[in-house]
Ligand binder design. Structure first.
Ligand SMILES: [Fe+2]
Length: 435
């Protein structure tokens, strides 16, 4: 038996396996590029380590693809075999992965929460719960899952700043912007390279339309990202949103080329960032050239996944952007067919979004407007952040304008300006309506 940095028992007799598992958890907290390598090294040191197999399965699930899901099931089988002699905590982790592999997200989240009740320093359970609650669109749940463990954390516990960073993001998504910014700044003061905390504060600035501050805030942290993985692309996406808010279309395109889609990527988040940014640039009146076409080779292999409703809606965006309307329609047909009981709502909203995007592609803005209006109160079920889902709200307003429904567009931007009086995009729409 070995122990991790937090004193939690690891069922392995190999000190190197425990050491590499610690490095894996550090990497998970900090979004390090070498996280997967550390996990591989742990499994090389001890091929029977149940929690390492289980973690490998969870990392594969985070790819959000059917191909990776199949590999995750293999890791699950190995973890289940190895877990026969493992601790109760480790067996609960394996049960959470089993639930995740069965697409039973609530059961997986509940299993991690049970672990955290007994072991509030289990950062693996904490981070995995944070991830899946995010894709359920459960803002308060994200905030509360970290709130429940924070009383058991302090500066003396390793990784404390990263837990604050997670909590900051939950606070932001549930609308407590002041507490989110305070907590996120505290986290980045502890770990200046904590990109999740940096990102949480950037979200506050996005929601409060503080574009100038947002640009300066991200600028100040990019130098810290020497070991950070692909998640940097998402924070660059935020930077591009700030630029677009200021009307700087060329700057947003330059960020797209340099950071958001500098290299073709298999990560669904990179694809979502890219599709969402190109869509916003076009909506702002910019021209994206052949960039939609360049995205397609990475989108096409994902069309049969239907694992993450949030990602599916973005794949449809890329298809419609590239003029592949029939393929977007085929994706809508596939979405109609998938519906596990719990995921039904998310898939239904994703289906509505995809159908609306298809209508946009066919030039039927009136129908797209009608479809988006129907599901607008349910956008949150798609998962992702408010800033990410905002693209559907903006598309709805754009469709209303194109369809001659000035009444609809006007009321939507009035509502938005009441919430976000400094929002330049909404002011531009209002000015256009008045003209
Ligand atoms: Fe974000």
């Amino acid at each position: 038996m070995q122990h991790d940095r937090w004193g939690l028992a690891l069922t392995t007799d190999v000190p190197e396996a425990a050491r590499q598992f610690d490095a894996t958890l550090d990497g998970l907290l900090a979004f390090h590029t070498d996280t997967g390598l550390a996990l591989k090294a742990a499994l090389t040191a001890d091929p029977q380590m149940a929690l390492a197999h289980c973690t490998a399965g969870c990392f594969l699930k985070m790819f959000g693809s059917r191909a990776a899901d199949e590999r995750a099931r293999k890791s699950l089988a190995k973890a289940q075999e190895a877990a026969k002699g493992a601790s109760e905590r480790e067996r609960r982790h394996v049960a959470a992965l089993a639930a995740w592999c069965d697409d039973d997200w609530p059961a997986a989240i509940a299993a991690w929460d049970d672990i955290l009740a007994l072991h509030p320093h289990d950062v693996l359970a904490l981070k995995l719960a944070h991830y899946l609650i995010f894709y359920r669109g459960d803002s308060a749940g994200m905030r509360d899952s970290t709130a429940r463990v924070l009383p058991r954390w302090s500066k003396d516990v390793p990784g404390y700043g990263y837990v604050l960073g997670c909590h900051a993001f939950g606070l932001e998504e549930s609308g407590d912007f002041a507490a989110a910014e305070r907590t996120g700044r505290e986290a980045t003061a502890i770990n200046p390279a904590d990109i999740w905390a940096t990102h949480a504060v950037a979200h506050v600035m996005e929601m409060q339309d503080r574009a100038d501050e947002g640009i300066a805030w991200i600028d100040r942290h990019t130098g810290e990202w020497t070991k950070i993985n692909f998640f940097t692309g998402h924070v660059w996406w935020h930077m591009a949103l700030f630029r677009l808010e200021r009307g700087e279309i060329d700057a947003a395109l330059a960020l797209y080329d340099a950071h958001v889609w500098a290299e073709p990527s298999d990560q669904y988040l990179d694809i979502c960032n890219a599709a969402s940014l190109l869509w916003r640039i076009e909506e702002s009146g910019g021209s994206v050239g052949s960039r939609w076409q360049a995205l397609l080779p990475k989108v096409e292999p994902r069309l049969a996944d239907t694992v993450l409703p949030f990602a599916d809606a973005h794949y449809a965006m890329a298809l419609v952007g590239a003029g592949r309307i029939a393929e977007a329609q085929a994706l809508a047909a596939r979405l109609k067919a998938v519906a596990t009981p719990d995921a039904r709502l998310a898939h239904a909203v994703s289906l509505a979004a995809v159908e609306a995007l298809v209508a946009v592609g066919r030039g039927d803005a009136a129908w797209a407007c009608k479809r988006l209006l129907q599901v607008r109160p349910l956008f949150v079920a798609l998962g992702g952040s408010h800033a990410q889902r905002d693209i559907f709200e903006r598309t709805l307003v754009a469709c209303a304008l194109r369809a001659g429904r000035k009444d609809v567009a006007g009321r939507l931007v009035d509502e938005r300006l009441r919430r976000r009086p400094a929002n330049l995009w909404a002011r531009r729409v209002t000015a256009a309506l008045a003209a």
